[in-house]
Design a protein around this ligand. Sequence first.
Ligand SMILES: C[S@@+](CC[C@H](N)C(=O)[O-])C[C@H]1O[C@@H](n2cnc3c(N)ncnc32)[C@H](O)[C@@H]1O
Length: 183
Amino acid sequence: MMYRYNYYAGELIKLLGNIAGLRILDYGAGDGRITNVFKEAGADIEAVEVKYRLVDELKKRGIKAWHVSDERVRQYDIILMNNAFFYVHPKDRENLLHKFYHLLKPGGRLLLSDIPDFHKRHRWYKNYIKTAWTRLIPIFQPRLGGWWVDLNNLQKQVKKAGFAWAVKWDSWAYYRTHLLVFK
Ligand SMILES: C[S@@+](CC[C@H](N)C(=O)[O-])C[C@H]1O[C@@H](n2cnc3c(N)ncnc32)[C@H](O)[C@@H]1O
């Protein structure tokens, strides 16, 4: 299992370039498998989680971690949100993007990676009726509460939040996309 996370983290590091010495915030870090690889690559990394249980687990693994509701005043070179942005309710996305904007240093980067892409959902369902149905209710994995995200809209939203530009990349998963955003 771990080798997969090494692969994902490696792909993300390829996208970001040399991360040694950079101050990075891993937002929605889970149990810290990606965080750890970034730490080993020399990043000065901290993690944020919405689940208290995971905050504790991250701390046990020696990662600086805190809960989403704790206020932060530090600024970061990079914010990473891998395989997590699609859990944010569409109504909350704008606020979160503003928060990210303020948490980044000038010239900082935001990587929203591995997002289930609304425009690739036909690859997942492979069924016209089910694909069409998600136009009405764009929920992905209903039990987990995630959403298909329209990356074209997201590109507009990040600009509205103040970011300079954003570029899309194909993910390792055939129905997902990464968005790299520049402040
Ligand atoms: C599929 S896991 C991915 C974990 C990690 N980023 C990785 O790639 O291994 C998604 C994580 O996002 C967290 N999450 C969900 N909604 C969140 C939110 N609004 N803010 C921060 N974290 C959130 C969940 O608790 C979960 O740990």
